[in-house]
Write a protein that binds this ligand. Structure first.
Ligand code: DGL
Length: 419
């Protein structure tokens, strides 16, 4: 494809996505009662929102790694808000509402399908769900309107942050909602800044996150604003690793096999930058990857032993887990906005999306998910149609392999999940 045609297609895609976001903003304005699909009642935000829950969303269950970080962070004194651990989790006084858009994931593959416009609409819909009151009760087979809204939004998904955080901030401004937004990409960039030396930075993420260019851009901005030299950032987009970690049977590789491939690909790309400094920092830029940091590190260690790759890697690699930095960022933002809870009411809530059970026309796979061509072929702008509904996430509704992973690796989340 020639450059002019490519630029034109990019421009068209960009305009389409902006129009999609405008549609959603107008749709919310047109339905102030918050009782129809993709709407919310903005009047609840006119009163004190401090004791509302904190919303966290992801394309699926991967964002539970971010929630685990939020539940366990202890790097501030809760009373004084000064840095330093005090033995009490920093968000002990808060409650959370988690949403995983499991039926519409992986988000990381919408860009390869040429459908980032639809992805951007999905991201706004995720936020609207958490800000609204409407959810689907599968026992009753009907929608209910009694979910509490949230006072803050954590975009736990790297891909969703990369494609959607600007739209979301614009939308909140247009709706005049005093809601905080924190995304994993900006937080991850601060994590890079916190310990960066002279080396290059590697980013392991989804294909979509890499295609967006968000990490190189935001890392450059963050370090540049801090007066530091901007490092070379080399990215590797993995189409498979998240699925392999979840134990998805459509990906037959093992975790060590896939980590070996991705680590090698990252170094091969890095080698193409003539005179590049060795990689000294690796950003785990996908929700799932911190779960397999040891396997990733073993893969790099094996490559370091090979003469071809040795000059490309520092002696030790520093890993940045954006989840941890997201938790710190959220604490600071809540404190600055004076939105820390006075007292937490009720339990944490968990939701995930499933294909709409009352629709008979949806093409489904053997295991009940949305069929791939349908999922990635949808157009934005049809806000009266719901292909998926959001239901309580229970242990039983989580796919078996992922359930085992959560139980083993995310104990605070597991404890809070209902049977
Ligand atoms: N949660 C996504 C991310 O962090 C990974 C899974 C997906 O592609 O949906 O980018």
């Amino acid at each position: 494809m020639n450059v002019a045609k490519h630029t034109l297609l990019l421009l068209i895609a960009c305009c389409q996505s902006l129009l999609g976001a405008v549609d959603v903003v107008e749709h919310v304005r047109a339905h102030p009662a918050g009782d129809v699909p993709f709407s919310l009642d903005r009047s609840v935000f006119a009163t004190d929102t401090r004791d509302l829950p904190i919303g966290v969303f992801d394309s699926g269950i991967g964002g539970l790694t971010v929630l685990e970080a939020l539940l366990t962070l202890d790097v501030f004194h809760n009373e004084t808000m000064k840095p330093g651990a005090d033995g009490v989790p920093d968000f002990a006084g808060e409650r959370f509402q988690y949403f995983g858009d499991q039926a519409n994931m992986p988000y990381g593959n919408y860009s390869s399908a040429g459908r980032t416009d639809y992805l951007r609409e999905l991201i706004l819909k995720d936020a609207i769900f958490l800000l609204g009151k409407r959810w689907f009760d599968p026992e009753a087979g009907a929608f209910r309107q009694d979910k509490p809204p949230v006072k803050a939004l954590v975009i736990a998904c790297n891909t969703a942050t990369a494609y959607g955080i600007d739209d979301l901030r614009e939308a909140l401004k247009a709706w005049e909602l005093p809601v905080i937004v924190v995304g994993v990409v900006e937080a991850g960039a601060r994590g890079v800044l916190a310990g960066h030396d002279q080396g290059a930075v590697g980013v392991l993420a989804t294909v979509g996150t890499c295609a967006s260019g968000a990490y190189p851009r935001v890392i450059g901005q963050t370090l540049g604003l801090a007066g530091r030299s901007v490092p070379l950032v080399t990215q590797q987009g993995s189409p498979n690793l998240a699925g392999v970690i979840e134990g998805d049977p459509s990906f037959p590789e093992t975790v060590p096999e896939r980590c070996a491939v991705d680590a090698r690909e990252l170094l091969l790309t890095h080698a193409q930058s003539v005179g590049a400094a060795p990689l000294s920092t690796v950003v785990l830029g996908c929700t799932h990857f911190p779960l397999v940091q040891e396997e990733i590190d073993r893969a790099f260690a094996a490559l370091r032993a090979q003469p071809q790759f040795r000059p490309l890697l520092a002696e030790t690699l520093r890993y940045v887990n954006p989840a941890e930095w997201t938790a710190r960022e959220l604490f600071r933002e809540l404190a600055a906005a004076r939105l820390r809870a006075r007292e937490a009411h009720g339990a944490d809530r968990f939701y995930l999306s499933i294909p709409h059970p009352l629709r008979r026309d949806l093409p489904l796979t053997a295991d009940g998910g949305l069929e791939k061509d349908f999922k990635y072929g949808r157009q934005p702008g049809r806000l009266e149609v719901e292909d998926t509904v959001n239901v309580p996430m229970t242990r039983a509704r989580i796919p078996a392999t992922t359930r085992a992973l959560i139980q083993r690796r995310l104990p605070e989340v597991w404890r809070r999940l209902a049977e």
